[in-house]
Design a protein around this ligand. Sequence first.
Ligand code: HEM
Length: 431
Amino acid sequence: MKRHDLSSGATPVATPPIVAGCPFDPSGAEQLLNPHPWFAAARATAPIFYLPEVDEWWVVSYEDCLTVLRSTDTYSSRHVVRFQPFPELDAALSDGHPMSRPLVNADPPGHTRLRKLAQKAFTPRAVHAYEPALRKLANDLLDEFAADGSVDLVQQFAQPLTIQAICGIVGVPPEAATRGKNWIGSLEKSAVGAPPMADGDRESILRDVVDFDETVRAIVADRRESPTDDLISAFVTARSDDGAPSLTNSEVVGLVANILAAGFENTASAIGATVYFLLDRGEWGRVATNRSLIATSVEETLRYDNPVRGLTRYVTRDALLGGIEIPKGSTVMIGIGGAMRDANVFSHPDEFDLDRPDLNQHYGFGKWTHFCLGAPLARLEAIVALDALMTRIPNLRLAGGEKLESRWPNRGISPLTGLRLEWTRPESSGR
Ligand code: HEM
């Protein structure tokens, strides 16, 4: 495998890529839609570059990203989720921001303890048990629009499917789960990486985050009294070796916030994008007649157009990466969006190809310590969703001129938020 060649004696540069006169701006409208020309330019000249405007180092080659993912001592996760200043919110919360102690922000050994507890609900075996409920949920949602002849697949199908599924697993009751999308939307709008919060948004963000905090705290208190078989019950009944409860209420709320936020829009985005690419590339019919290819389609979508563009790490000591010195205290973005198109690993990386031999090299779910907790669930949800769509609406097509253009505007995570589809109304839309 080729590496960024340092043997020539040339000093590696860390200048950001420029495409057609336009410098890389991860929050720029054009790059949010399609950052790949800039990632490709960077891989060719400076695969590790510094963006002074946001004070971030971006790493976009496959091997360098792996080095950062592997070296948790040097590249810490302590600041993965950070929030924009919001004093009114700080004052309104009883015990800090609900997202301030989640799994994704922890390093070993603290991370290991939380991860072990959360892992139990997401093993492939545990996830397999959710399949009948997921199939029913998918078909119930399809019942609502299958006769309409058009749909916004992300808004009306993929998002309700994934939010209701994850709320059910965690133990948020259905009446509260209807507010789940607002909770997550507001948590995300208040995060660093999203556009600065508009004044008009602050009130609703405050209301939603406080509602989330209070609602989940009440469920946690209830499960301490009367545990059920949901994930919150598993968290509150977990015991340390001395028999004492191993998680505080705030830790449970943080885990729930992390799992709900991570378990919703990325999967909905992957479902929408997979449908888009299969229809756009003329592969829908082939996959519909060979459903085992659905899983392959989802994996290739996660390689080709992952909603996660960059993962944040905090540099704990002066580091040397790919010949570039990165000072202690810096923020590094692991540009997995760029890494998944690295031609040193993937042949014809800019093509969506269900037959590619190197597909299993992708790490669209991350790698090692923080490997996506919900990967087995996300995969199952996407397979169930596409299978149900193919059965119920086989003649699906993209609405005229539809492109992958509705995106959540965050430079690190930019999931698809809408996809218009049409079909000739079926004579029978029954199961
Ligand atoms: C296609 C959908 C998904 C994608 C592309 C995705 C991607 C990722 C990635 C790249 C990471 C690594 C983060 C890091 O290294 O900092 C991650 C972590 C995580 N994901 Fe997912 N994810 C998806 C779905 C889900 C679902 C359905 C859940 C529900 C449980 C979930 C829960 C988590 C959690 C809790 C973590 C943090 C794990 C840890 O820090 O140990 N994800 N995900």
